[in-house]
Every structure is written in C-alpha cells, then in structure tokens.
Unconditional design. Structure first.
Length: 463
C-alpha cells in the first residue's frame, strides 16, 4: 500500500494522497536538508526579521500590490483545481497576485528545504504531518493564531489542535482522513466468499478469511497485506493502549508490541493468508496504480479512506469499498484517529503574512473556492466546508466522508501527535525493520527495539 498521508487522484503519480510512495533516497536527502536548517544562517536571519510578521506586521494588509508564492505537491487534477481557486482569490483581492509552484511528492520536500535554507521559501506552503514540527521548531513557520485574517471559527478546537506545536498554530488542516481497510468486493463475490462482520471483526477473523481467499483462488490471489506506512503501527499501538509517538516527542510504543505486528505479518505470509515476503516489501513502495489491491493480487489492504476513488480508478472497474480495521480482542473501542491529510502553512520568511493568512483562509473557508477544490485533497477539515461541498460530491467521495464521520465517533481522545522533529524518516526506518523480520533476519522484538532506538536517536539529535 502506498504509505503517505494526503489525498491523491489517479493523475497523481507519487503521493497517493496518502500515498503513493516516496523513494527512500529522497526522504533521506530531505532529512539532511532539514538538519542543515537548524544551523543555517539564512533561515536564522530570516526568522529574526520576520518572526514578528515581517515588514507589514502580522495583521496589516499592504496598501499597494502584493505578490505571494504558493507551493503544493500533487498531480494534474490538483493542479487544475488549485489554479481555479487562485483565480477566484485574485478576482476577490485584485491587488494580490499568487504565483503557483508545484511538484510531485518525490521532489517537493527537497526543493522546499533548499529554498527555506536559502531564505527564499514560498509564502504559503502545503505541509504534511511528518514535517510540520520540524519546520516549526526551527522557526520556519508563521503562527497563524496571531493573525486576525484567519478565521479559527471555521474549525473545531480539536481539529485545529492537530496543527498546533508548542502553543503556536503552524498548520491549518486542509483535509482529514482516516485509516480503513479497502475490500475488492468484485473479487470476493467472484470467489463465492462472504466477508466476516467488519464492524466487529478481529485480526484473527481477517487472517482466517484471507486464507480462504488464497485457497479459493488456487493461490492466484491472496487475502490481505496487514501493513501500510505509519498508519497501521499507530492503530496497532492504540489497540494495545499505547501510542507510536508520545506527547513529549518520544517514541512511545513498546518494541515488543510493534514487533508483534511484524511477526503477525510474517506468519500470514508463511501460511498463505498474505503474499510472499518480497511482494509485501515491494507493496510498501509501489505507486498506487501498481499496488496489490489495485492490480487484483490481494482482496483486502489498508488505505487512507480518501484514496477510495483513486484506487477504484486504478482497479479497472472492480467494486471497492471501505470497511473498519480489525481489532485486537479486548482492545479499546475508541482507538481510531482522524488525521489531517495535509496542512496549509505560512513561511516565517514571508514579507506579507497578512495577505498569506488571507489566502489560507480563502482556501479553507470561501464558499466558491471550496466547491472548486472539492474533495481532491481529501475530506475538508472545516465543518462548514464539508456541508458546503457535500451535495456535489461523487459517490466515492461521499463514502469517504461518511467513513470519516463514523470514525470521528470512535476517536481515542487527544488528537494524533505530530511526528516529532527528527522523525520525518519514520517510513524508511519502518520499511527497513519490517524487511528484517519478513526475511527472517531478526525477531519481532529485536526489530522493534532497533526501530525505537534508531528513531529515538534521530529525534534526540534534532532537538
């Protein structure tokens, strides 16, 4: 399953919203670039001059023409929708011009880190949960909570809390999503099988059903792959009454708990419930349209719910549906999380924080604009915006919206913690230790301990 967290469409080749997969080298390069920001004089100087809002101050709109730079990652559908939104903004605010910069996921973060280190960051930035704390801690982002041009009442406090770090509002959630199981209903019916009750099923139920799939298909199709980026480890930890990351920016999960997930996956691969180790490993880095669930090689796979329409397009007409994740017996009922698919942030280097805040507010709250943007970036995080676009949503986006609303009734409590500063490489590290267990080079507890130690070291070094 592609692993990242923001929404995408079939035209978006690399970050399938969540997904699809960022290459390891690009992610590691970005980590090195972010580290350079900590001591970079360019960013330090820019932060010093702009921390109080730049020359115009955080609340004062300029009297003359203003040009803002805005950057995002995505595919053609996102580019087209965002350009239309920019045109609406420029029509409403004719003295403000917005210059668009965009890329796919693989090149986006390297370019952003380089421009920020050089004191030339875009004014408005599409941001991600894995990077928000890193940029905020290094003084790279403007606190939107200080601007009267951003209307916080568009959101619930719980939703806004997902973009707060050390008391500042550094990311406004553009969308929200939740982890689901994606089921190929067409294949289930063709094999003459019946799903268990997915509102109450356990991981053991999924394993049993997955083995039935493999047997019924003569091994041509496997039942499931129970892995998917950080989303599954986060939920697995919560089902064990733990968290992957703590509120104190630590790696909080018990190594044995995390190792148990990887050993379960290995056991499923061994008994036929899941494909072979090589297929599982490859599935974590493949683009969305080449993933096992999209190509009909497995019947069930984890996915961010907002990706339903993209997976259906890639699956060539097969009927896909969203169902609940299995639970551990005895796990707390309220263990789910709804996370931002992405954020809008403002660079601390901006010379026009008031206008930048005006643009962010327009993107998440203007009635015309939000209809143009629709659900391409995921389910809108602002309640009023959801209500505004709901009547015009496609059926699959409506299904994703209903899933998110249902999961919001089963939240574990406090918002999902931001990935700590230094933890941006978590997906690469997870992948490496998963491979160690699947290929029999390490036990689950050993790999879990290695993961916790390595990631903890990176977080400590970045603090």
């Amino acid at each position: 399953m592609p692993q990242h967290t923001s929404p995408s469409r079939p035209s978006e080749p690399s970050k399938a919203s969540g997904p699809s997969k960022v290459s390891g080298p690009s992610r590691r390069t970005t980590v090195r670039a972010l580290a350079a920001l900590a001591g970079g004089t360019a960013l330090t100087a820019a932060t010093t001059s702009c921390a109080v809002g730049g020359p115009t101050g955080p609340d004062r709109l300029s009297d003359g023409p203003v040009t803002l730079r805005m950057t995002w990652w995505g595919g053609d559908a996102r580019h087209q929708a965002t350009h239309k939104a920019i045109a609406l903004f420029e029509k409403k605010y004719p003295r403000i011009t917005v210059e668009a910069e965009f890329a796919d996921w693989n090149g986006y973060w390297d370019r952003l880190a380089t421009s920020a280190a050089g004191g030339n960051a875009p004014d408005v930035i599409q941001n991600d949960i894995a990077y928000l704390a890193s940029y905020a801690e290094r003084g790279g982002l403007f606190d939107l909570g200080r601007s009267k041009h951003f209307d916080a009442s568009l959101f619930t406090e719980e939703t806004l809390d997902t973009g707060r770090h050390n008391g500042g509002l550094y990311g406004v959630p553009a969308s929200v999503t939740s982890m689901a199981m994606l089921v190929n209903r067409t294949l289930v019916d063709e094999l003459g099988l019946r799903l268990p009750d997915t509102r109450s099923w356990t991981w053991d139920d999924l394993e049993k059903f997955s083995r039935e799939v493999t047997r019924a298909s003569g091994g041509k199709v496997h039942g499931s792959i129970p892995l998917g980026g950080p989303g599954i480890p986060i939920l697995w930890a919560r089902q064990h009454r733990q968290e992957l990351f703590g509120r104190d920016a630590s790696v909080a999960v018990d190594p044995d708990v995390l190792g148990g997930l990887w050993e379960m996956t290995r056991d499923w691969s061994d008994n036929g419930a899941a494909p072979g180790a090589g297929v599982i490993v490859d599935s974590q880095v493949l683009p969305l349209d080449q993933s096992p669930i999209a190509t009909g090689k497995v019947v069930i796979s984890p996915a961010w719910c907002n990706q339903l329409i993209a997976y259906k397009a890639a699956a060539g007409g097969d009927e896909l549906e969203l169902v609940d994740l299995p639970r551990q017996p005895g796990s707390p009922r309220r263990h789910q999380f709804v996370k931002p698919g992405m954020y809008w942030s403002i660079s601390s280097q901006t010379q026009h924080p008031a206008e930048a805040a005006l643009l962010v507010n327009f993107l998440v709250g203007d009635e015309q604009c939000t209809k143009v943007l629709g659900a391409e970036r995921g389910i809108p995080a602002a309640t009023r915006t959801r209500e505004n676009i709901a009547p015009s949503l496609a059926p699959d986006d409506t299904a994703a919206l209903r899933y998110v609303e249902r999961m919001e009734k089963n939240l574990a409590g406090a918002p999902l913690p931001l990935f700590p500063n230094g933890a941006s490489a978590v997906e690469d590290i997870l992948q490496r230790y998963v491979e160690e267990v699947l290929f029999g080079r390490s036990s689950g507890p050993e790999a879990g301990a290695g993961f916790v130690d390595e990631l903890s070291g990176l977080i400590e070094s970045a603090s």
